[in-house]
Design a protein around this ligand. Sequence first.
Ligand SMILES: [Mg+2]
Length: 307
Amino acid sequence: MDRSADSPAVVDTDWAFDRYEQVRHRLVAATFPTAGEPVDDVAAVAERFDGFVLDAFGVLNVGASPVPGAVARIAQLRRAGKRLVVLTNGATRGRTAALATYRALGFDFAPAEVVASRDLAAAALRVRAGLLWAAAGGPAPDLGDLGVPVRDLLADAGLFARADGFVLFSSAGWTRDHQARLAEALARRPRPVVVANPDLVAPREDGLSLEPGHYAHLLADELALAPEFYGKPYAGALRAARARLGPDVPPARIAMVGDSLHTDVLGARAAGMATILVTDHGLFRGRDLRPYVDRSGIVPDIVAAGF
Ligand SMILES: [Mg+2]
């Protein structure tokens, strides 16, 4: 097979975009407007919506730093009576730790205002609680909040052979050797692969990191297995976010605010929501968006420079 996706020399927006297009058949389908409406920021269009689904990485934060102005924008939307929910594919840490991180960044989200793909994946594990699950969760993983026993794959290499299923929460500490061992183990004995973060990359202070979705798509390419993806752009995540906003808010009065075409915009359009792509701090920071929109056909309703 073509190994160029396996160990990319440069992980940048162009690489991520091309790779998302290569795996597009594993994402969701949606229709789009012919052109996005450019605005300065979300405040310019806030009156059109009653609820906002907010991406975290690239909108609220970049790595461990808050996006400038994001805390004030959240406060402004609250004052205007808007309902808010954070929908994040960040799955490394449990809900309590994630909420503490938002607090430390200056955000005041209540527990009910956060939908994490990690929780959706955990629910999928709990229905098969009798299985021996092994997780890639980073060094010293936080596996106590899942409601089902999950073992640390990085701490016990014997689990590659013994586990009944695998869960990818985090790519921290995940090496090419781990990936090769997992592929070999699955080739020998196919087992479920649950992906708690379907993103290929995430924006960090020093560039883009490779995320669990990247490794899951490699397995799918190589072994013709079908990973179970939880999070954006998949329907279950958007459904969960919408449920938090309340049944009285119709999808057309909900805007998903995100920085990614292939997760935020694609998923929200498929769910019937409006979409606002912010370009100043996330994946498309410092780039002309147009060629990416033209090539993918994924067109946000609104393109906002800032949040
Ligand atoms: Mg993002």
